[in-house]
Design a binder for this molecule. Structure first.
Ligand code: UT7
Length: 351
């Protein structure tokens, strides 16, 4: 592809060689990993003053998984990524970019993605992390789609992974029952047909503080000690639940209409609706908002997995495919939203 020289270009200046494009992209494989330990509502109620009935009614959560103390986001990401790579039928050395969506890798820098690249035996791909909380996976799918379409990558591994149990105050009534741990992954690569619809995404920084890290640790896990020798408190996520709930149900529900319209589809043409697993009541309100026909399967992974932030959409997708709830090759509307506040929705063809 050649482009016209700008007025500032020297007459003898060579024209850059750039990839031909755009081409189509699709998701070739997905995978999910759930840690072994099941944490029931009954167990949570030994830490906070609550009940199984209240948690089930207000959130739809019955249980969640917690990673082992020595199990890291890299360990969980590796397991999910291996499944996605196997389903895609490629080898790790074919991956040219790794995007890791996480807010619980305990280092600001270096990123988690280069470590995952080593674990998987890839060939030194570009590797970086995305901080877009519960929208991180859908942000990643959008970036991967653009990279493959534009030709800057061949296969992109997108991972959403969280170890939220490390960043949750077990005694905070507003969050202790919500969060869980897990990982989900997808391989995005070239396609003969359009496999990822336009992403409708954005942010609402006025609500920046509605879900954020706070130094609110009660001390049970001990202090982080800074290099100067002083003790600093371990940060945990604090959430203004009601405000986020209202934002999700009233402000951003119309985003799903826009993602459908941008893909040229109606709700009745969907084979699956896979919203971020934040709260079963939010999912139900969104279903009502878009007028989703009853026969369209809806992800309800939250009941057994809790809210796993960036991992929630790919984990729910992997479950729906594994359990035959959503068809391979079908059309799924996925929608991530959370801390920032940020959101992203797109229709994808399921692998
Ligand atoms: O992943 C990122 C996006 N996150 C979300 O979208 C989460 C959005 N928010 C939510 O899902 C909900 O706000 C929660 C599930 C977190 C909370 O449900 P809620 O219906 O908004 O509860 P609330 O905070 O309005 O509290 C209602 C009542 C209060 O009692 P009173 O004042 O009505 O007597 C609370 O004190 O429930 C009480 N309460 C609890 N009771 C038992 C609050 N937390 C608990 C608890 N157990 N854990």
């Amino acid at each position: 592809m050649t482009t016209q020289s700008s007025p500032e270009t020297r007459a003898d200046q060579p024209v850059l060689t750039v990839p031909e494009g755009p081409r189509h992209a699709r998701i070739h494989g997905v995978g999910g990993y759930r840690p072994e330990r099941v944490v029931t509502n009954e167990e949570v109620c030994t830490w906070i003053d609550s009940s199984d009935e209240w948690i089930t009614q207000r959130s739809g959560i019955k249980e969640r998984r917690f990673a082992r103390e020595d199990e890291t986001v890299i360990d969980m990401a590796e397991a999910a990524a291996r499944d996605a790579i196997a389903m895609a039928g490629i080898t790790p050395d074919q991956i040219s970019v790794i995007l890791m969506a996480t807010v619980t890798h305990p280092y600001q820098t270096p990123a988690a993605a280069p470590l995952l690249a080593i674990r998987l035996g890839t060939n030194g791909p570009a590797a970086f992390d995305i901080s877009a909380a519960c929208a991180g996976y859908c942000y990643g799918i959008s970036l991967a789609n653009d990279m493959v379409r534009a030709g800057s990558a061949e296969y992109v591994l997108v991972v959403g992974v969280e170890k939220l149990s490390d960043f949750t105050d077990k005694h905070d009534r507003g969050t202790a029952f919500i969060f869980g741990d897990g990982a989900g992954a997808a391989v995005v690569g070239p396609s003969d047909f359009p496999g990822i619809g336009p992403t409708i995404w954005g942010s609402d920084g006025d609500n920046w503080d509605k879900i954020m890290q706070k130094e609110s640790w009660t001390g049970l896990r001990g202090d982080m000690t800074d290099p100067a020798g002083g003790a600093v408190e371990w940060p945990n996520f604090a959430m203004q639940g009601q405000s986020v709930f209202r934002w999700a149900v009233y402000s951003i529900a119309p985003i799903v209409d826009k993602a459908l319209a941008a893909a040229g589809l109606t709700a009745a043409q969907l084979d699956a609706f896979i919203p971020h697993q934040a709260n079963m009541r939010i999912t139900d309100a969104m279903i009502k908002h878009i007028g989703l026909p009853e026969n369209v399967p809806v992800a309800r992974d939250i009941a057994e997995t809790g809210n796993t932030s960036a991992a929630s959409v790919p984990l729910a997708t992997a479950r729906m495919l594994n359990e035959g709830e959503a068809p391979h090759g079908g059309l799924a509307l996925q929608f991530g939203f959370g801390a920032g506040l940020v959101y992203a929705a797109q229709v994808v063809v399921l692998p």
